[in-house]
Design a protein around this ligand. Structure first.
Ligand SMILES: C[S@@+](CC[C@H](N)C(=O)[O-])C[C@H]1O[C@@H](n2cnc3c(N)ncnc32)[C@H](O)[C@@H]1O
Length: 261
């Protein structure tokens, strides 16, 4: 995988432009059923972990092209779909065209948290978003500000311990597990490669846990979902290890999150 390379850090605006270019392809991958992981691993696990959450007002942070948002809207009171990519959001509005209870905000969640008129949410979800955010600490702070005490935050992400091995960059001389690293790679799902490139950030697992702990989040569930054998047989490669990680936090009391919005 020589086309996978480290790159200098990028900010929210640069990454939003990148997602603008990927939006159509991402939407196609999901709606065509080609993204097996979305349909059979990531989305079902996210729904499963949201079961015990109060879904009166749910933030879908990094809603992308909105396919998960539409599923969420079917069982939530109000969904606030947040994403800084305008092209993603256009497709998200289309994906949610039959849902009357979705509000769309085209901005990074850090900006949303700074808007004083937004009331705290009862739950939040970030499906495949955490490894794409450039500043995890600011991201965690923003989610903490927008979530009620006792509210659940569910996140699914590429597994930081196994994703580098899955894509083979764990053996590259530039890679160090314990170092936060921005990485450019082809935009692929297991079954199909494209010409497009995407950026993700490798972070050690401990950095994810400490960033949210610092903002008063208590770890409630951590899962390493795997596909069923029948689903696994449809992938080009066997799943030797988990490719994704799923986490549920509860927002506890902390000096940082007593802010009244
Ligand atoms: C891999 S996509 C996942 C999209 C969607 N949740 C899905 O599963 O298809 C990651 C998304 O996170 C969004 N994102 C990245 N940083 C963000 C931030 N700071 N605030 C809100 N969304 C962000 C990106 O724009 C992108 O749409």
């Amino acid at each position: 995988m020589t086309s996978i390379q480290p790159c200098p850090p990028k900010n929210n605006a640069e990454l939003a432009r990148e997602w603008d270019r990927l939006a159509e392809e991402r939407h196609r991958q999901i709606t065509s059923g080609e993204d097996l992981s979305f349909d059979h691993v990531v989305a079902p696990t996210s729904h499963f972990l949201l079961r015990e959450a109060d879904l009166t007002t749910v933030l879908d942070v990094g809603c992308g092209t909105g396919e998960f948002t539409a599923q969420l809207a079917a069982k939530a009171g109000t969904v606030v779909a947040i994403d800084p990519s305008a092209a993603n959001m256009k497709l998200a509005r289309f994906s949610c065209r039959y849902s009357k209870n979705v509000q769309f905000v085209v901005a990074p969640v850090e900006e949303v948290a700074n808007s004083l008129d937004r009331r705290p949410a009862t739950a939040a979800v970030a499906v495949m978003t955490l490894m794409t955010v450039p500043d995890l600490r600011q991201f965690a702070k923003a989610v903490a500000r927008l979530l009620n005490t006792g509210g659940r935050f569910v996140a699914t992400l590429t597994h930081p311990c196994f994703w580098p091995r899955y894509w083979g960059y764990d053996r590259e001389p530039w890679f160090r597990y314990d170092r936060e690293t921005f990485i450019e790679a082809p935009f692929v799902i297991s079954n199909r490669e494209t010409e497009l490139r995407t950026t993700h950030v490798h972070r050690p697992l401990a950095l994810y846990l400490s960033s949210f702990a610092r903002e008063g989040f208590l770890l409630e569930v951590m899962a390493e979902p795997m596909p069923t054998e029948a689903v696994e047989s449809r992938y080009p490669r066997r799943w030797e290890f988990p490719r994704f990680l799923a986490v549920r936090w509860v927002k506890g009391e902390s000096s940082n999150n007593r802010l009244v919005l």
